[in-house]
Write a protein that binds this ligand. Structure first.
Ligand code: ADP
Ligand code: MG
Length: 447
């Protein structure tokens, strides 16, 4: 079945190559994320956090939409088909010489925080908030790349290497995996600053330099906070000479004080004091956008059902209260004996759990550990379109979203462009090697 015609390469990440394609049947344009790893069973694919998270979080106006999942069981190749977006936020600022207006950036960041709020309330945190994972089409922003996400209630410490260095929160840099959903808000503060200033806030060249860059601007934190992190850090002794930070105001003087203030509250060193997405949405700075949105949805509802004003208002306030309750149920990061307490990972319980999802009664946890990934090395793009339009594997199935009715199987356009490399490099190392080159108009430094 010739499902998609490939058009061009759209992007590349650590784990995938993303292609622009067109559905042969509907003519609709899509983005196909071809995973570099391959997967040895449908169950493994179904248990992938990225797929689970997208299923749980969709639909949402600010979460990228997954249309379908293509899996070719015989070869283990996997591709995720998404709605097509224009560009990522890094591409939007790369090479720009003029600032974006503050209201435009504010609208973007409001949408990002809405996505985070939705995600955190659904028990998932992203762990890789950065400009490349934020997608845009016109004025609409959608969060993408859920490949690093975890369940908010999963067991600490998190042992795998995560989150691009420049956007990594202090608790991620300074502890052995004792961090939680608040790290996404730190990343948001960094991204917000970067989109306004057109240069990265903390472009650390290694982990230590990363910490130093944070201290240069925000100052060293109080000793008791460092002591607290130290209790969860076996790999280093903190001996940071106390210093005052230079602040962010002079780096973004063209931005209002209220905006600078909100960014700083997202960059609170202590995750306990850092704003949650919910709190950020309620901030005075974002109030106008929130009010406008509320009014709009009120009008929408009234248009749809003009009779039932009272019922709707009750319903809304009920719903809001429930949401508030759910937020207060998010785990506290500093509560002793709770999530900050260090403990060995239990065998067979690697904290991999995302909250169970309705159509997966077995829960999100893979029954067995993910297979050691074999990496695929992609060849020149021009060979790709050929492979996608002509190939088809008979034994292939699509892990649909929702699953295809009647358990029917769809053909999978095979990706003959991929060739296996045995003994492939591990993905963590690759993430360093593949770090993008950042060319800022203000500095000759490269990422
Ligand atoms: P990885 O997990 O490998 O980092 P991503 O999901 O972040 O992969 O995708 C890599 C890049 O591909 C993104 O930075 C973006 O530029 C592009 N991309 C991803 N999804 C889409 C999409 N739906 N529409 C347009 N471009 C996309
Ligand atoms: Mg990515």
């Amino acid at each position: 079945m010739h499902k998609y015609r490939l058009i061009s390469k759209k992007g590349e990440g650590t784990f995938s190559e993303v292609l622009k394609a067109q559905s042969i049947k509907s003519g609709r344009y899509v983005a196909i994320k071809c995973m570099k790893n391959h997967f040895d069973s449908l169950e493994t694919v179904n248990n992938l956090r990225e797929i689970q998270a997208l299923r749980r979080l969709s639909p949402h106006p600010h979460i990228v939409k997954l249309n379908e999942v293509l899996y070719d069981e015989p070869t283990g190749r996997l591709a995720l088909v998404f709605e097509l977006m224009d560009m990522n936020a890094y591409e939007m600022i790369r090479g720009r010489r003029h600032y974006l207006t503050e209201p435009k950036v504010k609208l973007m960041m409001y949408q990002l925080i809405k996505a985070l709020d939705h995600m955190h309330r659904n028990g998932i945190f992203h762990r890789d908030i950065k400009p490349e994972n934020i997608l845009l089409v016109d004025d609409q922003l959608k969060l993408a790349d859920f490949g690093s996400c975890r369940g908010v209630y999963s067991k600490q410490p998190y042992t795998e290497y995560i989150s691009t260095r420049w956007y990594r929160a202090p608790e991620c840099l300074l502890t052995d995996g004792y961090y939680s959903y608040k790290m996404d808000l730190w990343g948001t503060g960094c991204v917000w600053f970067e989109i306004l200033s057109l240069f990265p806030l903390f472009p650390g060249t290694n982990e230590l330099d990363q910490i130093e860059k944070i201290h240069n601007i925000l100052g060293t934190p109080p000793k008791d906070l460092l002591d607290k992190f130290q209790r969860h850090a076996s790999h280093m002794d903190f001996n940071f000479p106390p210093k005052e930070g230079s602040g962010i105001a002079r780096l973004i003087p063209h931005v209002s004080h209220d905006c600078q203030d909100l960014i700083l509250r997202l960059l609170a060193y202590n995750p306990e004091e850092r704003l949650s997405a919910r709190q950020a949405l309620k901030s005075a700075y974002l109030r106008d956008l929130r009010e406008a949105e509320k009014q709009e949805s009120q009008q929408d509802r009234s248009a749809r059902n003009p009779e039932d004003t009272e019922g709707r208002q009750d319903e809304m306030s009920d719903r809001n209260e429930k949401l508030e309750e759910r937020e207060s149920a998010l785990p506290s990061i500093n509560k002793k004996g709770d999530t900050m307490e260090k403990g060995p990972e239990e065998a067979g319980d690697d904290g991999d759990k995302l909250p169970p999802i309705a159509n997966n009664p077995a829960g999100a946890k893979p029954k067995q550990p993910l297979p050691k990934p074999k990496m695929y090395k992609s060849q020149q793009f021009k060979t790709l379109s050929h492979g996608f339009t002509t190939g088809m594997s008979t034994g292939a199935g699509i892990v649909g979203m929702p699953p295809p009715a009647g358990g029917s199987k769809f053909g999978y356009a095979s990706m003959t462009n991929f060739s296996t490399t045995s003994g492939a490099a591990n993905a963590d190392k690759a993430s360093f090697a593949l770090k993008k080159k950042y060319v800022s108009p203000y500095t000759s430094k490269k990422r």
